[in-house]
Design a protein around this ligand. Structure first.
Ligand SMILES: Nc1nc2c(ncn2[C@@H]2O[C@H](COP(=O)(O)OP(=O)(O)OP(=O)(O)O)[C@@H](O)[C@H]2O)c(=O)[nH]1
Ligand SMILES: [Mg+2]
Length: 216
């Protein structure tokens, strides 16, 4: 059953990770969210070709080739397209932003997108996918990116490393990603129903084994 429509919710996937997750949830069709994906990479159109709203940002900065891990480029790309981002985020009551925070686009553009949504009067929840430890500099970059989020945005960190811990060594990367996608869908639905009932966001933080940090 879909969650109720008393709140208008935009689910915004940023960068490849966020867009993959938005696409997955859109296809599951279990939630009454407006789905948006925002990327700097032309591959977006090939992979996420049936989402409701697709926005490519920073064309003049990265020529549609992604940010190759450079969060400063992701930030500039979002700054350059503030107007289109505002339109894409629209007049939602709640904006859920989902991104791999170790990516250049995810880590750099997400704080800007969150701020634009806050300025538009939305409640903003960032679902931050944190990189695997084996990804070199990315875990550190992701921490910096989370630190760049406005203190007015809520943030839940989903930890890629915990996926492996919980699912065990036999699980493939695809299994792990699907498990996380499903949890992100469930967490989003719960968060929205809590907000609709005027309840605290964070009562069920121990329910999801992949969550490492909560900030309300
Ligand atoms: N769980 C999950 N994590 C992913 C997925 N894709 C990427 N990641 C994680 O997200 C991080 C960011 O990667 P991307 O999403 O490819 O980066 P991006 O935001 O597109 O940024 P650039 O490619 O640098 O412009 C990676 O370091 C991975 O940890 C996915 O489909 N599922
Ligand atoms: Mg990318």
């Amino acid at each position: 059953m879909k969650n109720s429509k008393s709140m208008k919710v935009s689910f915004v996937g940023v960068g490849r990770c966020g867009s993959n997750i938005a696409q997955y949830l859109y296809r599951q069709d279990e939630h009454d969210f407006d789905y948006v994906c925002i990327n700097t990479d032309d591959a977006l159109d090939r992979i996420n070709n049936d989402l409701q709203t697709k926005l490519r940002i920073g064309r003049a900065i990265v020529s549609g080739n992604g940010c190759e891990g450079d969060a400063e480029l992701g930030r500039l790309a979002a700054e350059a397209d503030r107007g289109s981002i505002k339109l894409a985020v629209g007049d939602a009551d709640v904006v859920i932003i989902c991104a791999g925070m170790g990516g250049g686009t995810g880590g750099g553009a997400t704080p800007v997108i969150a701020q634009l949504a806050l300025n538009a009067g939305a409640k903003v929840i960032v679902l931050a996918v944190m990189p695997f430890e084996f990804e070199g500099e990315r875990p550190l970059q992701a921490r910096v990116a989370v630190g760049n989020l406005s203190s007015e945005a809520s943030c839940i960190e989903f930890c890629n490393d915990k996926l492996i811990e919980v699912l065990g060594g036999q699980a493939t990367m695809e299994d792990a990603y699907i498990a996380l996608n499903d949890w992100i869908g469930k967490a989003s639905a719960r968060l929205i129903s809590r907000l609709e009932m005027g309840e605290q966001l964070w009562q069920e933080q121990n329910d999801c084994p992949f969550i490492s940090q909560w900030k309300s």
